[in-house]
Design a protein around this ligand. Structure first.
Ligand code: UD1
Length: 430
């Protein structure tokens, strides 16, 4: 299994191109199930999760093509891919495929909308909490679906003639349930209202694609989405938005290591809460025409308290990275995780660097230490893994991060992007 070796202490200087957002690319790919016509996606990141979803979509009968780079395009540009679901050949998403990645469960919405039935294995993914699917099932039932659980599978059937618009009030903001119900509702008869909908930029990016495919959706960027069903959708070409979590991760890496980095393509309005937090820590942040510039020259990091929240709050997907940064702050910081109940698995690994972190329930108290020391550590989940890389960038001596397949699920060419900015980092194969 591949590992990453890094030697801390170098400042980061230069440019990091931000890839397309994994969390938008996955639901956009799934949207292709809704139409017989080809959906062309631009700026798709090269990630293990994208590959995994390709397998799942192919199993349903989606033809997938990856197009070559256009003349003049540099390697930082994401993939251009066509997804063509002319005929759905299988409405079952089997356990072997779905168990590897939670987002693959979301195919249930489009399958049910277009084929009027679906049999989808209960999901897997990062072990960061129980992550049930009750909101999805409730939402699909509100659209008239009949749902059974059979041998680990959710078996869903639409009424005769297809799903019917309905009123869905999500008990808690859920990104996945919002995507799934929104996709399903595009082809339902009548109007669907989703209240307490997630308003993450990825939801808006997907809604814009669905609108370009002929869907009627209003309320974009708010907690209330209104979807008027149409009888069919058509193909379009759509661009995946830049990854705000990758942007925030490299912003924190720069804050941790010191230096001056331009996050090319990063959009401040997609991660304002995290950038404001970094500014409060004493990091200099500026939005420039080509991206976000992050600078820390010489000054230390101030401790700041955060609480994770749905967008536009501080994202849970940046909590581990921020905790790594706080391990060397000049005081005590409190971090409260409110989205997932078990998202502190990085704490034990950060302790191996000499970090001082105490966890009580959802609250972590991080007392800054003067310096971290390099260590052998283990990647546990996707975002936790990258927090170990961030810690290693500032730690004295050598760090080896084991089990980095989690990193490859969500970070494209990580060692190359950091290496080009001066980090001493390499991938060790096998
Ligand atoms: C998505 C993101 C993930 C991010 C998370 C929260 C993708 C591919 N993944 O995950 O990176 O960390 O949003 O921003 O976009 N819940 C239920 N019942 C349900 C559904 C969710 O109780 O049926 C709970 C979850 O356990 C969690 C909370 O709702 O406590 C939010 O989860 P949700 O927003 O659904 O996360 P995902 O869509 O899985």
């Amino acid at each position: 299994m591949d590992r990453i070796r890094l030697v801390g202490g170098n400042e980061l200087k230069g440019e990091i191109p931000i890839s397309g957002a994994k969390n938008a690319a996955l639901p956009l790919m799934i949207s292709s199930i809704l139409t017989h016509e080809p959906l062309v996606l631009q700026n798709v990141p090269r990630l293990a999760d994208v590959k995994q979803l390709e397998r799942i979509l192919e199993n349903h009968g989606v033809d997938i093509a990856v197009h070559g780079r256009r003349r003049g395009e540099d390697e930082g540009v994401g993939q251009r891919m066509t997804f063509h679901a002319q005929d759905i050949v299988d409405t079952t998403a089997p356990y072997e495929l779905v168990s590897k990645m939670r987002a693959s469960f979301w195919v249930i919405g489009p399958l049910l909308a277009r084929e009027h039935n679906a049999r989808v294995s209960l999901p897997g993914g990062c072990a960061i909490g129980t992550r049930p699917v009750d909101f999805f099932l409730y939402g699909l039932k509100q659209l008239g679906a009949e749902i059974d659980i059979d041998e680990g599978y959710v078996v869903a059937k639409a009424p005769k003639g297809g799903l019917i618009g309905g009123h869905v009030i999500l008990p808690k903001v859920s990104v996945g349930a919002t995507h799934t119900i929104m996709m399903a509702a595009t082809l339902a008869r009548g109007t669907t209202i989703i209240e307490n909908a997630a308003m993450e930029p990825e939801i808006t990016n997907v809604a814009e694609c669905l609108i370009a495919m002929g869907a009627k959706i209003s309320g974009l960027g708010t907690h209330r989405l209104v979807i008027e069903g149409v009888s069919s959708l058509h193909g379009t070409t759509h661009e995946v938005l830049p990854d705000r979590i990758e942007t925030g991760t490299y912003a924190m890496a720069t804050a941790m290591a010191g230096g001056d980095v331009l996050l090319r393509g990063g959009r401040a309005e997609h991660l304002q809460a995290a950038l404001d937090t970094l500014a409060n820590c004493g990091v200099h942040i500026s939005q420039e025409a080509s991206g976000i510039r992050v600078r820390r020259n010489g000054n230390g990091i101030q401790p700041v308290d955060i609480e994770t929240d749905p967008f536009p709050g501080f994202p849970t997907d940046l909590q581990a990275q921020f905790m790594a940064l706080m391990t060397t702050s000049s005081g005590v910081s409190h971090i409260r995780e409110t989205i997932f109940e078990n998202r502190y698995m990085h704490v034990a690994e950060l302790a191996r660097f000499g970090a001082d972190i105490k966890v009580e329930g959802q609250l972590a108290t991080v007392t800054g230490v003067p310096a971290l020391k390099g260590a052998q550590v283990m990647a546990t989940d996707l975002r936790a893994s990258v927090s170990l890389v961030i810690a290693g960038l500032a730690a004295r001596g050598e760090t080896v991060v084991n089990r980095i397949y989690h990193l490859d699920r969500g970070f494209e060419r990580l060692e190359e992007k950091l290496g080009r900015c001066g980090a001493e980092i390499e991938r060790l194969a096998g």
